[in-house]
Design a protein around this ligand. Sequence first.
Ligand code: GLA
Length: 390
Amino acid sequence: MSRIAHALAAAAGAAVLATQGQAAPPPVAATPPMGWNSWNHFAAKIDDATVRAQADAMVASGMKDAGYRYINIDDTWEGERDAAGVIHANAKFPDMKALADYVHAKGLKLGIYSSPGPKTCAGYAGSEGHEAQDARTYAAWGIDYLKYDLCSLGDRMRATGDLDKAQAIELAAYRKMDAALKATGRPIVYSLCQYGVASVWRWAPSVGGNAWRTTGDITDRYGRMMQIGLGQAGLSKYAGPGHWNDPDMLEVGNGGMNGGEYKSHMSLWAILAAPLLAGNDLSKMSPETLAILTNREVIAIDQDPLARQGDRVAAEGPLEVWARPLSGGGRAVGLFNTADFPNYIEVDYARLGLKGPVRTRDIWAAKDLGKLSRYRPLVPGHSVVLLRVG
Ligand code: GLA
């Protein structure tokens, strides 16, 4: 079908829905989801008051204006099921519907967490055998995002002693919750978390995944963060609107890395078209943390409408060059120095598929460098130079 025919068909579809009095559901995760998640900073110390404070801070700090939307409650909210099997939040969350209303009233969205197994990773009730019921409960509360974490289903998979049987169990479980969420009619981002086993990027969209964790858990350490980020090489072709590789949540502002290291984190995640889920305490941010999380030009790379994930261009020992194609024909280029001393890193724009001298901007320095065909900055140890070229 031509593009015009597509547009006409889409318009006709919209008209039919309009005459039926229904609005077409907006696509979820058209660009990588942006928001906050409780786990990296608060882990089990998360409750209703803290979530409200994070929502307040997301607005007051300017994070919302920069594009952050989701307030995601991770593990440890779960209470008991009642006689009818309906899940209830534990005492830390006295009224989940009221909490969702509070978050929504601020123009934000609320996310929650569960497991396809009987137990979550922290040992709370999972959704196994209650998928449709839980999806209905989430929709009734006003939930907009579900992180669905393999956890105890992995035990059952391993017990088969057979990779194919294990995979069949996993696919069925993730499909079941996808169908349950869709049946609610509420747009809910479906985020798979199973640490990247069985090349999840190859099949996650087929089970409805809007994003899928490609790795084990991040920590607030430069070595682990870069191991995860650089480990994304080769995955770019699996990402696109509505389905994203997820190298795990941000650690920016949690205190375990310095400014150059956190800029490396943010730059690499933007090049990777990764979900940007802040993992720090938004109510206590230094100006430097806020500046890194809300840099508009970095966020524009992450959210670029061309929606193409970047990938490795070159690696030479501890020096890494990564690039991402952008709408308008330009490129985002990250020059990462993983050594702990300064190094020159050169990028020849011909390697990026660009011809002739093109406009070059150093994003973290907020400085236009003129028209260049190659660039060779001195990059401090454990730091990055992030460029927009073309
Ligand atoms: C797993 C996930 C983490 C977090 C915890 C919660 O480890 O990978 O992101 O959700 O479970 O228990």
